[in-house]
Design a protein around this ligand. Structure first.
Ligand SMILES: C[S@@+](CC[C@H](N)C(=O)[O-])C[C@H]1O[C@@H](n2cnc3c(N)ncnc32)[C@H](O)[C@@H]1O
Length: 248
């Protein structure tokens, strides 16, 4: 699913809270498990997590299917790209091929719920496995069925933004849809522009996710708490969102 320009512009300013909060937690986890300072950020979006790792002296590669999202990621990390510390590629999480392996691969903010079906998730896991070093760590988060079943409308009204997020759970289609729309102020004029984007999340069963990872070759798979990656979650379906940590 490809995020368009207007939504990417809004995302880069107003929807970055998750990756900004989560980046230090992932960094802490990775740093305790390994001393290799390199990470592949799959579905990197506007690059806030990538930027955090760059400030921690990591070598970072980002991949995203949306050039409009990548534009912001590249702007944010311009100085690191110039120094050869960061690279960003327009590619698909199901088919990417970089001809190298990474000690750490991450994918955040339910990016993998954006894959359209089980087969796509399986393909993505196979690519991740191929790109991971032996003993490498793959960390990603997913919205669970419980999290996605919470429909509703959320309105934000700020000086530079009026936004509506309307979520609809459609279990028969195995999806939850969110329509994000509203008006946002231009940076360099008093005008506001409209954005309107529908994003879906596919509902994956957590036990299936575990099985797909094992089938792809991963040696261990654990579900972890959103606020603390060291805390194992025994019943992931009873959480709204979980982290999954898979090691090769
Ligand atoms: C909710 S955003 C998350 C962005 C970023 N990881 C973050 O934490 O803010 C989901 C991202 O996944 C990307 N995406 C969706 N499907 C993709 C695919 N098949 N391959 C690569 N990127 C994809 C979208 O373009 C978008 O940037």
């Amino acid at each position: 699913m490809n995020y368009g320009k207007s939504f990417a512009d809004v995302y880069s300013k107003h929807l970055i809270h998750f990756s900004v909060q989560i980046a230090p937690r992932i960094y802490k986890y990775i740093s305790t498990k390994s001393n290799k300072k390199e990470v592949l950020d799959l579905c990197c979006g506007t690059g806030q997590l990538a930027y955090y790792f760059l400030t921690k002296d990591f070598q970072v590669t980002g991949i995203d299917i949306s050039n409009d999202m990548l534009y912001h990621a590249k702007e944010l990390s311009k100085q690191f790209i110039e120094k050869g510390k960061a690279e960003f590629y327009n590619d698909d999480a199901r088919y990417f091929s970089l001809n190298k392996k990474f000690p750490n691969i991450v994918s955040t903010y339910d990016a993998l719920n954006h894959l359209e079906d089980e087969q796509s998730l399986i393909q993505c896991f196979q690519q991740v496995y191929e790109h991971l070093e032996d003993d490498g760590i793959f960390i990603f988060d997913l919205n669970t069925k419980l999290g996605l079943s919470k429909g509703g409308t959320f309105i934000r009204e700020e000086e530079t933004l009026f936004s509506v997020a309307q979520s609809m759970f459609e279990p028969l289609r195995n999806k939850a849809f969110t329509r994000y729309y509203g008006f946002v102020k231009n940076d360099d004029s008093p005008d506001y522009y409209k954005y309107d984007e529908v994003i879906y999340n596919t509902i994956f069963k957590m036990e299936d996710v575990r099985e797909y990872l094992y089938n792809a070759g991963f040696g261990s798979v654990e579900f972890a708490h959103l606020n603390n990656l060291f805390k194992i979650v025994e019943e992931p379906e009873s959480e709204e969102r979980v982290f999954i940590i898979a090691t090769k």
